[in-house]
Ligand binder design. Structure first.
Ligand SMILES: [Cu+2]
Length: 206
């Protein structure tokens, strides 16, 4: 190492420069990771959300939102919802429908479930059920493959998954075109109000 670089002044100067440089790198890398994550999340949502998805759509449940937040299907396509609860602590469901049943509250009407159940009359094959707390079938036409989850009654078609739970719902997209919503009304409808909802667009058959 050159002698003149060993002086205390030069060394202090170098260290300060290195420190600032390191902080800049940390900041830039940190921002990149942060923005990158948002960007990737957004791109995935866009890709899944706007082009018709045939085959399997992975729907992940978090506290308190879904990924993706929008799904597009086409009537007649064979599709599977691979639903998975990513939460370590909370039970989550996935109801699909439109319009709302509500209860009054001091804060106005609270949606308690959908008025129209998307699954009514729809043949659906239910498979790979793991840690399913309960499954309400309502008017769906269900076939089970593998272990049959605990079937419950009351309200719209709805699988409720324990933390880490998963279930696959396979069906042919019925002729129910237009806009639908999915949501979770667990814990006195609080999850839905916290933003745990998404949209489904069903396009007419080709
Ligand atoms: Cu939930």
């Amino acid at each position: 190492m050159p002698t003149k670089a060993m002086g205390p002044t030069g060394r202090a100067h170098w260290s300060k420069g290195l420190f600032l440089f390191s902080m800049a790198v940390v900041f830039i890398v940190g921002s990149g990771v942060l923005f990158g994550r948002y960007w990737i999340g957004g791109a995935v949502t866009e890709a899944f959300g706007k082009t018709p998805a045939s085959g399997t759509v992975h729907v992940f449940q978090f506290d308190y939102y879904y990924e993706p937040r929008h799904i597009t299907w086409r009537v007649g396509d064979h599709v599977t919802i691979a639903l998975r609860n990513m939460s370590d602590t909370h039970w989550h469901e996935m109801v699909i429908g439109r319009g709302f049943d509500t209860v009054p509250s001091a804060f106005g009407a609270i949606p308690t479930q959908f008025a129209t159940d998307f699954w009514s009359g729809v043949p659906v094959t239910i498979s790979d059920a793991r840690h399913v707390d309960n499954l309400v079938l309502n008017k769906a036409v269900a076939t089970f493959v593998g272990e049959k989850p605990n079937v419950a009654t009351g309200g719209d078609f709805s699988p409720t998954l324990q933390p880490g739970g998963s279930i696959n719902l396979s069906f042919i997209v019925p002729n129910k075109t237009g806009e639908w919503k999915y949501g979770c009304f667990v814990q006195q409808y609080m999850h839905y109000m916290a933003g745990m909802e998404g949209g489904i667009t069903i396009l007419p058959a080709h």
